[in-house]
Design a protein around this ligand. Sequence first.
Ligand code: SAM
Length: 266
Amino acid sequence: MNQEATLAYIKQHGILPESKFGQNFLCDDEVIASIIDLAGIESHAKVLEIGPGIGALTRELSKLDIDLTAVEIDKRLAELLRNDPEIRAEVIDQDYLKLKDYGAGSFDIIISNLPYYVMTDIMKKIFAECINARKMVFMVEEDAIQRINARSSTKQYGPLAVLVGTFGLFEECMRVPGHCFVPKPRTMSAVISLTREGRASVLSPEYIRFIDSCFAQRRKKMINSLTSYPKDKVLSALADLGLKSTVRAEELSPETFIRLYDAIIS
Ligand code: SAM
């Protein structure tokens, strides 16, 4: 839907975009087509869309021969989507962050124009649960890219960058200006794509808890934060990897975190 059609749809259905849900609806047909293109969706793929809103992406995805699930927190919008003849998707009207038993492991592709206020939590839940996803395409706030794709030993480096680096290849695909949304957001946005690589198989709720614990006191020695793991195992794992016991989480690459985790839990 272009801007005119989006404004008409919003008016027709009396929708007042809710800033508490981060509702900025995409209204640029080229950006919508590019996002779907980037996802490289093949026939019969199982696709999860988080936050379909009024269906800018969902409507185009519905034209493909795929199995689509869309999770929308706003019950009114979810109902509109369910009754929309152009939408072919299972629409779940729930907070994705609270969603359970949704067959997370079955999704091949995840697409979302992410609600910016919960971007990190949603991405972490996807990494923890959608363990077979091979591709993710997200719209994010441009400023967040520094955190999403941060290098070790920088101020921005934290659990999110470690998990993104663990999942695989990160690409920043395009910048998206405010006029491509209704209403216009305060900041520039960007589309990113993440492609699975071999090391992604370590991702699980336990692994994410481990990474979060490592960064719990990021300015301090990592060992002081790893209190839920046997101290002797942590110390010998660090020594085996040639790391000092005083090392801080922000100094370790995603690959080193995987080796450390394997050594501690083995
Ligand atoms: N996909 C639509 C688009 O591109 O126009 C809407 C994107 S809008 C930035 C984010 C959407 O996520 C909104 O529809 C909002 O209601 C929904 N949302 C916000 N928080 C959510 C959550 N915790 N779980 C599921 N959906 C959520």
